[in-house]
Design a protein around this ligand. Structure first.
Ligand SMILES: Cc1cc2nc3c(=O)[nH]c(=O)nc-3n(C[C@H](O)[C@H](O)[C@H](O)COP(=O)(O)OP(=O)(O)OC[C@H]3O[C@@H](n4cnc5c(N)ncnc54)[C@H](O)[C@@H]3O)c2cc1C
Length: 493
């Protein structure tokens, strides 16, 4: 171990969107958080553009949704193939759309929040070794020519698809390559596309055009007849040619400021937890960009893990709560791999039977509203729910929509997402809730705005990430106290 030592409650490796959201949550909860980032300087390269509804709800829970929306453009329908669109208009959410904004905007907002809340960001770090025992973790790094050991109670590897944390822990990352030799370019266009997002797939390949919002466009193009090794040079002429052929329009690509060739794998670690280490975001799962779900899924991993880590570190919850990160988020990752895999495989379809199947699916999905709706709920994240214990109330494990709340003091929260901004649980009931007073540092109490609405007899305990922890119909004070003890620990701890 090196001489210099730094101590935190949680060390996060990787200042991408996943690591930054987690850091902001933990620092807001009053914990000491250090984020270790390999890049010495900020990168202005952007990968993700699509921010889905559930992620926007999570931003709303942190008071950031309006700021993020102001950075981009909203669309309520994403054309996947000729007649198949992701239609978000009917989603039961405050945000029934997809926000198109460069990933750098999302990261900047999260970084500012994390730093403001007191997180420490260390750049230019080279992670060399990891250790853990029953008391905590130690991460040996080199930064600015010095060896430093960062110790903490827990650590999270949010260091992307080539995660060093995952490798040092020896966690396998099984899966397969799904597509290679996809070309990316950031360019100017002579002709502006009609839609915010332009996508089309043919038997030959696919092309995708999306705006940065400042006159620059990201173009993604793939042609099955031009497979090349990843390191091969990329020419703008080649990208322009594929784009023109697939989209049938010449947008006049010029002045490329950046070009790259990439490949996509579909992989997922079997375990998101290894003792006191956790993996989140691309470090835990990766898939093709089809459906625009990678960053969204990573952000929701972070939102799921942050309140659990905070509760366990403060002694409000047993260590076993941290195991639910695996039971809740691993199945979500697996579903995302399947859905993005299905989209990319249909987009890549070449054989006549598969293309016929694609046409049939497109026609069916186009006509059968419910099928398209299920797809929209899944891709937007609105349809995600978590396993509930047998016999529990039907709301347990479900995402709770942005319920309107009775405002009992000036500037008090008028809806659930505002109440969640305190980073605590929210207890909602028409009944008098003084039974929760001993846990006032962990739970916000509120009444539904409509006393005769769906929650009239129900008492609902919402987790800090917006999912129902517990619900009961007309519970006794004893039952409610038991539920609060189970979720919030012993008062005063
Ligand atoms: C072309 C393309 C388009 C995409 N479009 C979308 C989209 O529209 N919507 C969407 O949701 N997703 C999209 N994605 C996926 C999305 O970009 C990723 O899922 C997302 O960036 C993952 O975030 P992360 O924080 O988990 O990892 P990353 O963003 O990869 O961040 C990891 C961070 O860790 C740092 N790091 C790595 N190793 C170390 C180390 N050893 N020590 C310290 N730091 C380290 C890296 O420098 C980086 O800052 C797209 C991906 C691609 C390639």
């Amino acid at each position: 171990m090196s001489d210099k030592q730094q101590t935190s409650d949680v060390v996060i490796v990787g200042a991408g969107p996943t690591g930054l959201l987690l850091a902001g949550d933990l620092a807001t909860a009053g914990l000491r958080v250090t984020v270790l980032e390999r890049r010495a300087a900020e990168s202005n390269l952007t990968r993700a553009f699509a921010v889905h509804a559930r992620t926007l709800e999570q931003f709303d829970d942190r008071g950031l949704a309006d700021d993020l929306i102001a950075t981009g453009q909203v669309i309520d329908s994403v054309q996947l193939f000729n007649r198949l669109a992701l239609d978000t208009r009917k989603l039961p959410t405050r945000f029934p759309f997809v926000l198109i904004t460069p990933q750098s905007n999302t990261e900047n907002l999260l970084k500012e929040r994390a730093l403001k809340a007191g997180a420490t960001l260390v750049r230019g770090v080279d992670l060399r070794a990891l250790h853990q025992d029953h008391r905590g973790v130690a991460l040996e790094v080199r930064a600015e020519g010095e060896s430093v050991t960062h110790t903490a109670k827990y650590a999270v590897g949010a260091d992307g698809v080539r995660s060093t944390v995952r490798d040092l822990l020896g966690i396998p990352f099984p899966g397969e390559s799904v597509i290679s030799s996809v070309l990316l370019a950031d360019v100017r266009l002579r002709r502006e596309p009609e839609n915010v997002l332009t996508f089309y797939a043919t038997a030959q390949g696919f092309a995708f055009v999306v705006p940065f919002g400042d006159g620059w466009y990201r173009v993604i193009a793939w042609d099955r007849s031009r497979p090349r090794p990843e390191g091969d040079p990329v020419s703008l002429a080649e990208i322009a040619d594929i784009t023109r052929t697939v989209l049938g329009v010449d947008y006049g690509l010029h002045d490329a400021r950046w070009m790259s060739r990439f490949h996509s794998d579909e992989r997922q670690v079997p375990n998101y937890r290894s003792g006191r280490f956790f993996l989140a975001g691309d470090a835990a799962h990766c898939h093709s960009p089809a459906g625009g779900q990678g960053m969204n899924t990573g952000l929701q991993d972070a939102a799921n893990l942050s309140w659990k880590l905070a509760a366990v570190i403060r002694g409000w919850a047993p260590d076993a709560l941290l195991d639910t990160y695996q039971t809740e988020r691993h199945p979500v990752g697996r579903t995302v791999l399947r859905s993005s895999g299905a989209i990319i495989r249909l987009a890549l379809a070449r054989s006549a039977p598969t293309r016929a199947l694609r046409s049939a699916l497109v026609a069916t999905a186009g006509h059968l509203g419910p099928l398209a709706e299920i797809g929209a709920r899944q891709i937007s994240g609105i349809g995600i729910s978590y396993p509930a214990p047998k016999g529990s109330h039907h709301l347990v494990g479900r995402r709770i929509p942005d319920l309107r709340l009775a405002v009992d003091e000036p500037n008090g929260p008028s809806r659930l997402h505002e109440a969640l901004r305190a980073g605590r649980f929210v207890l909602i009931s028409n009944d008098e809730l003084s039974v929760a007073d001993p846990w006032a540092d962990r739970v916000v109490t509120a009444a539904p705005a409509d006393p005769h609405g769906k929650l009239r007899d129900t008492v609902l305990l919402v987790r800090p990430d917006g999912y129902a922890a517990w619900a009961g119909i007309d519970p006794s004070r004893g039952e409610l106290r038991a539920a609060l003890s189970q979720w919030l620990g012993t008062p005063g701890d």
